[in-house]
Design a binder for this molecule. Structure first.
Ligand code: BTN
Length: 334
């Protein structure tokens, strides 16, 4: 297990002290860091650049707006189910990275390599979109898995991953999670989580797949203002559904997700999407609804019928049933 720091040591140290959400005086922080109070002030300003709100109050010092639960490889590993524990080959936590998917693609790793970050400076979404980031509040996770049977073995994998996310969230008490084909996780029509699969290697033989997952736990509104589609986060869902007993701990949520995801990846080559189809259909947000599909050069109207046993979308159109195989397709309610 390795925890990598990509922000400099003193910034990390100040973050570790402020993570408790309490006030710490400039003098105390300066003494801990071995720098002047003016240097502490500069570091506090830097934290704001990562989307962290730092309150500075005369006579009391600095405090983060709310407690910060930093990611911990030890805590995650300790909370994993035993099967997932065996399947985990390495867990790296970065404070700041360009993108956990990019990092996982850069690293040539064995199955079960997990890369997490507190903050992504260049997070990527599907269809060339940016996946925005706020430090220490959300989940940015990538898992590497090697598949011997090439691209054919991967059909429907991203949909199955959606089922694992939805069921993990349902297990912790979040109700009404739905999936939108191919792999958006929604709550009341708003995007809560996204999945980005990237494949390298031989499409006809052994290939390495990076499964990237982003889950919104707490998106500050000034950062979320950059998102160009309806979105939500777990904090808002809990508030809106009045279910305030649910307490979300990132390390525990990650461990629960990996406890589903790693066994899923391990057995997917054998089980295939067929083993997940029924569960996916039961979570399908647009089931039986009229939609508009946009491909690279056409727009098609139709009514959603469901998914095939490999996870392709079945749509009733004016010319009969058509099957859509993913890629750069967007689906919107008509
Ligand atoms: C989508 O557009 O719905 C996919 C979003 C995927 C975001 C995750 S966050 C972790 C991983 N690293 C990235 O840069 N993207 C994925």
């Amino acid at each position: 297990m390795q925890e990598l720091s990509d922000i400099d040591d003193s910034l990390q140290m100040i973050l570790n002290v402020l993570a408790d959400g309490q006030f710490h005086s400039g003098q105390e922080l300066g003494a801990k860091l071995g720098v002047s109070r003016a240097a502490v002030w500069k570091q506090a300003q830097k934290l704001q650049a990562f989307g962290l709100q730092v309150h500075s109050v005369k006579g009391r010092g600095y405090r983060l707006a709310g407690e910060l639960e930093l990611l911990s490889a030890q805590e995650i590993a300790a909370q994993l189910d035993s099967e997932a524990h065996q399947l985990l080959s390495q867990l790296d936590i970065h404070r700041v990275i360009d993108s956990t998917n990019t990092e996982a693609v850069r690293q040539v790793r064995a199955s079960g390599y997990v890369c997490l970050a507190e903050y992504q400076a260049a997070g990527r979404g599907r269809r060339g979109r940016t996946w925005i980031s706020a430090f220490g509040k959300n989940i940015y996770l990538s898992v590497v898995w090697i598949f011997a049977g090439g691209a054919a073995e991967l059909e429907g994998l991203s949909l199955a991953v959606g089922v694992a996310i939805a069921e993990t969230l349902t297990d912790i008490g979040i109700e009404d999670i739905q999936l939108k084909w191919p792999n958006d996780v929604l709550w009341q029509g708003k995007k809560l989580a996204g999945i980005l699969l990237e494949m390298t290697g031989d499409p006809a033989g052994e290939c390495q797949v990076v499964i990237g997952i982003g889950i919104n736990l707490q998106l500050p509104s000034q950062i979320a203002a950059q998102i160009d589609q309806p979105w939500t986060d777990l904090q808002s869902i809990i508030r809106q559904s009045g279910n305030m007993d649910i307490e979300i701990k990132r390390n525990i949520l990650i461990a629960r997700l990996l406890s589903k995801l790693l066994p899923l990846l391990h057995s997917f080559g054998k089980d295939r999407f067929l083993a997940y189809r029924e569960r996916w259909e039961s979570l399908h947000a647009f089931s039986g609804l009229d939609v508009r599909l946009r491909t690279a050069n056409t727009v098609i109207n139709g009514r959603i019928k469901g998914v095939t046993e490999t996870g392709a979308l079945r749509v009733d159109t004016a010319t009969g049933e058509e099957i859509f195989y993913g890629g750069e397709i967007s689906v919107r309610l008509a």
